[in-house]
Design a protein around this ligand. Sequence first.
Ligand code: NAD
Length: 246
Amino acid sequence: MRLKDKVSIITGSASGIGFAAARKFAAEGAHVMVCDLNCDLVDAAVEQIRTAGGSAQGYVMNVTDRASIDAMVADVKARYGRIDVLVNNAGITQDARLVKMTEAQFDTVVNVNLKGVFNCAQAVAETMLAQGSGAIVNTSSISGLYGNFGQTNYAATKAAILGLTQTWARELGPKGVRVNTVAPGSIATPILDTVPNNVLEGIKQACWLRRVGQPEEIANVYAFLASDEASYVNGATIEVSGGVSI
Ligand code: NAD
């Protein structure tokens, strides 16, 4: 078990990639904190993990709300006394071309995808530094690496994740805390539900594996970066896209 007893907070883990990660981490022996907005979905995710024999706790929280993050972190510390892993997975899209994008769309996506990552990392950093160990895994996107039509707000936040990651890798690395990023390509989750079929077909053809990815294929890389197998990986961005950029 690669994550045996690692106390792991995963944001946005009641659905999609985050839920696949929660299941994977639990299967690898971690104590998983399922953190998401919706109480029913959190409860269902925790139940499923426990039924499969895993260890999970549910937290209804919002990465834009410092009080809800602090309450979750305080409870995790009271329960386990440590925090080994933070996966900053929660993210949203609100797509529009530059000329159509509203200020509200821009601000909302920045608040969740960028400030939310800052909020959560800051909430766990002191604990990890005091322990002298920890791993933070951030979630970017191929939109952040290469830009994407209609995603001014989303691409900007996902590009910014690389800056945060490399800064934190420098600040926290000397104290034993590694910080890395996964940049997924197009993955079959609810976030793709709004993509029209013809666009989806184009996405598959642009990928050298001629398909979209599965949430588990991202979860596997999160798990690697969170594990001690990645002990010399710090400040890295791993693109997991089936090779769209080659
Ligand atoms: P998803 O919509 O299935 O899941 C995202 C989860 O985050 C949801 O459960 C949602 O409730 C939660 N969430 C949203 N806002 C939140 C908030 N403010 N606080 C707490 N939780 C919040 O999406 P997904 O496809 O699983 O995406 C997961 C991550 O992967 C995101 O960061 C996304 O940008 C990134 N990503 C996804 C794809 C893709 O094609 N699916 C591609 C590249 C990157």
